[in-house]
Design a protein around this ligand. Structure first.
Ligand code: GTP
Ligand code: MG
Length: 370
C-alpha cells in the first residue's frame, strides 16, 4: 500500500425515519472517495433524530469525530450528506488542519478531474466555484489552488478571503458568459437536428450507457469502469432501414445528491436529453439499490424538465445475474428490455424498441389529431 496515500474518515449520519438505503449509500460514497485516490480508514455511522443546524450531527459527536480523525491521522473528514456552508465552517473552527468535504464536494471533485472538453471544463469550474464561494473560510488560498488541493481547510487570513471572494465572483460571471456563448452554439446545432427523432441513453453512472452506445451505433466512445467517465454528450446517427436514421445520444450519468449547481451548469450538456423524443433509461440489473436509483434518475429528469418524455427501461449487465433475478425484473418491469453490452446479449432489442417508438412518432406527425 502506498504510505503517502491520503486518508479519510467517513461520517454517515442515519436520520431517523428516513427511507434512505444507508448501506448502499456508504458503499457508494466509499467508491466515490476511492475514485479520488483517497483511502477510507473508518466509517462512523451515527443515528440522529434531527439534523443539527450547527454540525449536522450533535455538537458533542462532532468533537468526537474530530478526535477520531486526529487519532487515525486522516487528511479528510467526509460527510455522506450535503452540509450547509455554516456546518462546514463550524467544523473548520473545531480543527484547522483536517479538510472537510461533503458528498456534493466529492462529486464535484471527480467531475473536475474527469472534465476534458472546453464545455465540460467550463461547466465544472462554474459549479465548483459556486460551491466554494459560500464555504470560503481562510481556506482557499492561492497556494492551495496552485497545489491543486481540494476540500476545505482553514489557513489564510481574513483579508485573503476577501480577495479570494472577489476573484471568485469575477470568475463566476466570466464563466457564465462563456457558457452562454457555448450554449447558443449548441442551440444552433440542436435546431439543425430538430427534424430527426432523437433518443438518449440516460441513467446512473457506470451502468453501461456508453457501452450500449458503442454496441448499438458501432461508434467509438469512452468506456471505463469508473464513476463519471462520460461528461460530454455524444450524438450519433443510427440507421433504421429505408435510408432513415434517428439520432442517438450518450451523456453524463446521475447519482444521489448530484449537486444542484452542477445540474444547473450542465444544462447545455443535458439539453440533448431534454430535447429527446425517447429516453432509454439504463439500469444495472445487478444493482442492489434499484428502486432508489430509479428514484434518483426520475428526480434529476424532473429537475431538468425531461420528466414528461416517453421512456423505455433497459436493464444492462444481465450477464451478472441469475435467471431468478431476470424473472423478478421482468415481472416488476414488464415492458423493460434485458441486455448485456459487453456480452452482446439482445442488444438489438434496443434498436427494435427505438424503431417502434419512431414509427409511433412518425404516425403522430402525420396524424396530429390522434
Ligand atoms: N459485466 C458487464 N459489464 C458491463 C456491461 N456493460 C458495461 N459494462 C462495464 O461497466 C463499466 C462502465 O461502463 P460504461 O459504458 O463506461 O458506463 P457508463 O454508464 O457510460 O458510465 P459513466 O459514463 O461513467 O456514467 C465498464 O467497465 C464496462 O465494461 C455488461 O453488459 N456486463
Ligand atoms: Mg459513459
Amino acid at each position: 500500500m502506498n504510505p503517502k496515500k491520503e486518508k479519510a474518515l467517513v461520517v454517515a449520519p442515519r436520520i431517523w425515519k428516513s427511507s434512505k438505503n444507508y448501506h448502499n449509500s456508504v458503499e457508494e460514497i466509499s467508491l466515490l472517495i476511492s475514485t479520488l485516490g483517497v483511502q477510507v480508514k473508518n466509517v462512523i455511522e451515527q443515528k440522529i433524530n434531527n439534523i443539527n443546524p450547527a454540525y449536522f450531527i450533535g455538537s458533542g459527536k462532532a468533537k468526537q469525530v474530530i478526535e477520531q480523525a486526529k487519532m487515525l491521522g486522516v487528511n479528510y473528514i467526509i460527510f455522506d450528506e450535503d452540509l450547509s456552508p455554516v456546518q462546514t465552517k463550524n467544523f473548520q473552527k473545531l480543527d484547522k488542519e483536517i479538510k472537510l468535504l461533503d458528498r456534493p464536494g466529492v462529486i464535484l471533485e471527480i467531475f473536475f478531474r474527469n472534465a476534458k472538453s472546453k464545455e465540460s471544463k467550463t461547466q465544472v469550474e462554474l459549479a465548483r466555484l459556486q460551491y466554494q464561494l459560500p464555504r470560503l473560510t481562510r481556506l482557499w488560498t492561492h497556494l492551495e489552488r496552485q497545489m491543486g488541493g481540494f476540500g476545505t481547510r482553514a489557513g489564510a487570513g481574513e483579508t485573503q478571503i476577501e480577495v479570494d471572494r472577489r476573484i471568485i465572483r469575477k470568475k463566476i460571471s466570466l464563466l457564465k458568459k462563456k457558457l452562454k456563448s457555448i450554449d447558443s452554439e449548441r442551440r444552433v446545432q440542436s435546431k439543425k437536428r430538430k427534424s430527426f427523432f432523437r433518443a438518449s441513453f440516460v441513467g446512473y453512472t457506470n451502468v453501461g450507457k456508453s457501452s450500449l452506445m458503442k454496441s448499438v451505433t458501432k461508434s467509438d466512445v469512452l468506456i471505463k469502469n469508473q464513476l463519471f467517465a462520460t461528461l460530454d454528450t455524444t450524438v450519433r446517427r443510427l440507421y433504421i432501414g429505408n435510408n432513415n436514421h434517428i439520432l442517438l445520444s450518450d451523456t453524463v450519468g446521475f447519482i444521489r445528491n448530484l449537486p444542484d449547481n452542477l445540474i444547473a451548469s450542465f444544462k447545455s450538456t443535458l439539453q440533448e436529453v431534454v430535447d429527446s423524443d425517447l429516453l432509454l433509461i439504463v439500469l444495472d440489473a445487478n444493482s442492489k439499490d434499484l428502486f432508489n436509483e430509479i428514484e434518483t434518475i426520475k428526480s434529476v429528469l424532473k429537475e431538468i424538465h425531461a420528466d414528461q418524455i416517453n421512456y423505455q427501461y433497459v436493464f444492462n449487465k444481465i450477464d451478472l445475474v441469475d435467471q431468478d433475478k431476470i424473472s423478478y425484473l421482468k415481472q416488476s418491469f414488464p415492458e423493460s428490455i434485458m441486455v448485456s453490452a459487453t456480452r452482446s446479449l439482445q442488444v438489438s432489442d434496443i434498436k427494435d424498441a427505438i424503431i417502434k417508438k419512431y414509427e409511433e412518432w412518425i404516425s403522430a406527425l402525420k396524424n396530429p389529431s390522434h
